[in-house]
Design a protein around this ligand. Structure first.
Ligand SMILES: *[C@@H]1O[C@H](CO)[C@@H](O)[C@H](O)[C@H]1NC(C)=O
Ligand SMILES: *[C@@H]1O[C@H](CO)[C@@H](O)[C@H](O)[C@H]1NC(C)=O
Length: 595
């Protein structure tokens, strides 16, 4: 989820450090960003008046302070036919089928184990702790894992468990919260997305009723003078009807990734207010697209209070931006192609992203692959930093899907090379699992890219000395760097889905079996090293050379919502949740494309 899609708490912290690191490391830095960040993210906490914490807010009854005079309606008309997305699969041979089904059964077995651990140790809590058997509630205490996994239960044919889960969902109370500051983005993609998707698949009325409750709650976060939402939202202040103002420091993915769920909620309930709410944000993106320091893209941090999305100078398709871009083609599809602005936002931003964020890494096997990095841009200068994140692996699927949807062959080719880079990275690490954040040596251009061991070693030495003087790891062996990597900044693997997500999409689009083979290698590696007595656990370091990678007592809800769902689908018949019929939100919840 890409910030971060589903950035867990640790990821958020890591991302903030990463962001600060960039702010501090590169000289042409506009004034004010760090100051602003301090002011609105942390600085105002202590001075708040004491807000009563009530036990049960009715979000439909909170008085509206900034009423609207008109609402943008959903576009009307007959949905436009989209080009065919999936490969034209023919009937498989018996031997292929039996191998595929064996693999699929193994994925399901792993899911069933994780589900059992959740039901026995953390039922109705947000997450189960896969080592200790404890539980945690970092997402509001609204049964995040249960709601996130609903549609996977349905897709895997676990109808009994699904029924039991739906009954439990009825009891989740969105009028109370285990946390004071609600992450609107996470609640949107996990809870609202999960409920909407499970409702579409099953037709269970409880689920749309609960989706509406989440929608009513999140809608209150938009009650600000300029109708921009508060993304890190004070639950009790809002519930008590205090005046609210949008923040000056907002992560662009968090404000830009509400479009799919809000559109689908309006389509399902026939109430346009949610579509109206996100359309106001989309209009800002559109107006300011060419006014940023890297025209076509928007920076990681935007100012929602001043409705200015142009000031910051850091750009990426990765953490903290990712699903903003991912949602353009998908929202276009959900709207039946009837709002062309989403096509334009995709095409214009991807033109810039291709030119400035993509690079070919220098690898010992001279692999013809592409990666996507971080760009610091100001004025006419744009500098690429060849960072490489697990999160950014979603781009392979995004380009391939966008390329199919808008008939841009170049995008499908780029998508293939990006997805290949993730497959390559998994293989390059000792346990067959790529790290959360690393850096590579970027070739100056796509062609002159012969492996040069000396160049690589010089770059590793340069980074070790200059950028982290305290680091005693002065040589490559001690830094545990596979050839090609110049730095590993975050050695964790937290059960993330982005690599298998792109492999799945590339398989469905190309029909090539190499993608199923790659998926199986990824799955066996992940299962082997993350399995615990109860379920599966995040890994603290996937680069250790002595013994097994150490585990962390964490299993985020996306493990069952996304990672295992994509593994299951890549080994399913291609018409199960076909990409011609569905688009997935950034938490892997499928929504049906109108026809
Ligand atoms: C931004 O520039 C692109 C050309 O690069 C153009 O197609 C697009 O319409 C422009 N957007 C706006 C809002 O002017
Ligand atoms: C690409 O880079 C190589 C090595 O630096 C160089 O020899 C070659 O001329 C470059 N090609 C282009 C098209 O810039």
């Amino acid at each position: 989820m890409a910030l971060l899609k589903r950035y867990g708490v640790y990821t958020i912290i890591a991302a903030c450090f990463l962001y600060l690191f960039y702010q501090l490391s590169f000289p042409y830095n506009p004034e004010g960003i760090q100051g602003d960040q301090k002011d609105s993210k942390h600085g105002d906490k202590g001075e708040q008046p004491t807000v009563p914490k009530l036990k049960n807010y009715d979000w439909t009854k909170v008085p509206v302070r900034n009423p609207l005079t008109s609402l943008t309606p959903l576009p009307t008309g007959k949905p436009l036919p989209l080009p065919k997305i999936q490969f034209d699969f023919t009937k498989e041979k018996d031997i292929e089928k039996s191998l595929r089904e064996t693999r699929r059964a193994e994925v399901k077995r792993v899911f069933e184990r994780s589900w059992k651990a959740y039901t026995e140790h953390a039922w109705m809590q947000d997450e189960v702790e896969p080592i200790s058997g404890g539980s945690k509630n970092g997402f509001g205490g609204w049964a995040a894992t249960l709601i996130d996994a609903l549609d996977t239960l349905w897709i895997m044919g676990m109808k009994e468990e699904f029924k039991k889960a739906v009954t439990a969902v009825e009891k989740v109370n969105f009028g109370t919260s285990s946390i004071d500051t609600v992450n609107v983005f996470e609640t949107n993609i996990r809870h609202l997305g999960g409920l909407l998707s499970a409702y579409e698949l099953s037709g269970e009325n409880t689920l749309i009723k609960k989706a509406k409750e989440v929608g009513e709650m999140l809608y209150v976060a938009f009650d600000t003078p300029n109708r921009m939402p508060i993304t890190r939202w004070d639950f009790h202040k809002a519930g008590n009807g205090y005046a609210q103002v949008a923040d000056e420091v907002v992560l662009v993915a968090e404000i830009g990734s509400l479009t799919m769920e809000f559109t689908r909620l309006s389509q399902t309930t026939k109430d346009p207010k949610w579509y109206d709410a996100i359309t106001r944000i989309t209009e800002v993106f559109e107006k300011q697209q060419n006014k940023t320091h890297l025209p076509g893209m928007w920076p990681i941090v935007v100012n929602a209070k001043k409705t200015d999305f142009t000031v910051d100078t850091g750009f990426t398709l990765g953490a903290m931006s990712d699903s903003l871009y991912e949602y353009f083609p998908k929202t276009y599809a959900l709207l039946g192609g009837l709002n062309p602005v989403y096509k334009k936002l995709y095409e214009v931003s991807m033109k810039t992203a291709i030119e400035h964020t993509l690079y070919r890494p220098m690898t010992p096997d001279n692999a013809d692959i592409l990666m996507s990095g971080f760009v610091r841009a100001e004025g006419s200068r744009a500098m690429l930093i060849p960072e490489w994140q697990h999160l950014i692996c979603f781009t392979g699927g995004m380009f391939a899907l966008g390329g199919r949807m808008f008939e841009i062959k170049e995008h499908v080719d780029i998508g293939r090379k990006l997805a290949d880079a993730c497959v390559w990275s998994y293989k390059a690490l000792p346990f067959g699992i790529m790290p959360e954040v690393s850096h590579m040596y970027a070739c100056p251009n796509g062609t002159g890219c012969e492996w040069d061991e000396k160049k690589w070693k010089d770059e590793v030495a340069r980074k070790a000395n200059m950028e982290n003087e305290e680091d005693p790891l002065k040589n490559i062996a001690a830094a545990r760097l596979p050839k090609g990597f110049t730095e590993i900044n975050d050695r964790r693997y937290i059960l993330r889905p982005e690599a298998i997500e792109s492999v799945f999409i590339l398989y469905r689009i190309t029909g090539q079996q190499q993608w199923q083979a790659a998926a199986w290698d990824m799955f066996t590696a992940i299962q082997k090293y993350t399995q615990t007595d109860l379920a599966n656990a995040a890994l603290a370091d996937i680069s250790v050379t002595d013994g097994m990678p150490p585990k962390m007592d964490s299993m985020e809800s996306f493990w069952m919502a996304e990672t295992l769902k994509y593994f299951y689908l890549v080994f399913s018949e291609p018409d199960l949740i076909s990409l011609d019929d569905y688009v997935f939100n950034t938490e892997a919840h499928p929504f049906r494309i109108p026809k």
